[in-house]
Design a protein around this ligand. Structure first.
Ligand code: CAA
Length: 379
């Protein structure tokens, strides 16, 4: 067993670390405060090849492995989870889904601009009445011959207004339940497609989350992904990889908060010495470091399994379940280490604490991960 990153992976990790410090750190507090999407930063992430990391070069991607992807997610998330969620959704949910299951036409037309970072995409599964229970899709796609008529509402859509391409899950044959669901590529600007107001969120406030409304949107038949009825499997397979990305985001949030707490504890003095020299703080730091390392092992292992072409459903859900809990626990402790300073925005840890929470909710709540894990181990 080799616990060592390759030269190339180390270089990519360093590039992401530099980007996070130089490009994301300045302005991150203001973007959070004013719910400002990191548009310039996302453009630069695209230029660096971070928006289509695992897509083959043939389709405009960087042709890298999943381990490199989680390294990038971790470094970006240490500083700005609102930017890293864009990277996660575009890579894992949109580009991966299109490359793995799209037609040649779809890859040429839609994947290339997404993988090369000229455009960003959104993944539209959640609905007002179908979050965890994803088989209960109310959005309908009626087969009209050479097009589908799409009607319904999607909720909590990341990149809701900034995306150009939307992968939309909808029910075509309600009598067939999940076997009647399809996935479609919908373009911004298609007639009948409207975008609701931006959600005012507790965390990842810079990210762009909206409801989407589809009212008799005509979607050409060639925009259906895979065979008729493949949509639910498409969503599940795509989310499996997405969960590794979000696990890496959670890991990064935890690691970012820990690094800030560690640095602060060495310079803040109380009772005549740095607070890191008080056992009450030193032991907290020891626990935080241990939890983070354990999360890192699970996240890297899940990515490694994916790279080996081995099953990663269980490992991905375990990584997400554990890393998101670590993100919550560690960020709360990081605020505590900072004392009163941790409660104000300038010290960054309160934002990381707010951002951590979403990692236990999106791309499947912790309870959904427990469901996936228990099914796998009891099978
Ligand atoms: N791979 C392939 N097929 C799968 C699968 C997987 N990982 N998981 C389930 N399926 C298949 C099953 O085999 C079954 O197919 P068959 O009938 O042909 O055998 C079918 O899907 C239905 O599966 P279940 O009976 O297990 O369905 P269920 O309703 O009991 O449970 C679930 C499914 C795991 C709970 C699923 O609904 C789920 O993952 N829910 C959570 C949804 C989610 O993660 N939403 C996140 C929204 S996206 C987001 O957050 C993006 C963002 O903006 C950041």
């Amino acid at each position: 067993m080799l616990f060592q990153l390759s030269e190339e992976q180390l270089m990519i990790q360093q590039a992401a670390r530099d980007f996070a410090q130089n490009e994301l750190r300045p302005g991150v507090i203001e973007r959070d405060e004013h719910q400002k999407f990191p548009a310039e930063q996302v453009k630069k992430l695209g230029e660096l090849g971070f928006l289509g990391m695992m897509v083959s070069e043939k389709f405009g991607g960087s042709g890298l492995d999943a381990v490199s992807y989680v390294l990038v997610m971790e470094e970006l998330s240490k500083v700005d989870a609102s930017a890293s969620v864009v990277v996660s959704v575009n890579n894992s949910l949109v580009c991966y889904g299109l490359e793995a299951y799209g037609s040649e036409f779809q890859k040429e037309k839609y994947l290339k601009p997404l993988a090369s970072g000229q455009q960003i995409g959104a993944f539209c599964l959640s609905e007002p009445e179908a979050g965890s229970d994803a088989t209960s899709q109310q959005t309908t796609a009626e087969d009209k011959g050479d097009y589908y008529l799409l009607n319904g509402t999607k909720n909590w859509i990341t990149n809701g207004s900034t995306a150009s391409t939307y992968l939309v899950i909808a029910q075509t044959h309600p009598d067939l339940k999940h076997k009647g669901i399809n996935a479609f590529i919908v373009e911004k600007g298609m007639e009948g497609f409207t975008i609701g107001p931006k959600e005012n969120k507790m965390g990842i406030r810079g990210s762009d989350t909206h409801s989407l409304m589809f009212n008799d949107v005509k979607v050409p038949k060639e925009n259906r992904i895979g065979e008729d009825g493949f949509g639910f499997k498409f969503a599940m397979k795509t989310l499996e990889g997405g969960r590794i990305g979000i696990a890496a985001q959670a890991l990064g949030i935890a690691a970012g908060a820990y690094e800030l707490a560690l640095a602060y504890s060495k310079q803040r003095k109380s009772f005549g010495k740095p607070i890191s020299e008080h056992q009450a703080i030193a032991f907290k730091l020891a626990d935080m470091a241990t939890q983070i390392e354990a999360a890192r092992m699970l996240v890297y292992k899940a990515a490694w399994l994916k790279d080996q072409g081995l099953p990663y459903t269980l490992a991905g859900s375990m990584a997400k379940l554990f890393a998101s809990k670590v993100a919550m626990d560690v960020t709360v402790e990081a605020v505590q280490v900072h004392g009163g300073y941790g409660f104000v925005k300038e010290y960054h840890v309160e934002r990381l604490m707010r951002d951590a929470k979403i990692t236990q909710i999106y791309e499947g709540t912790s309870e959904i991960q427990q469901m996936v894990i228990s099914r796998e181990i009891l099978r």
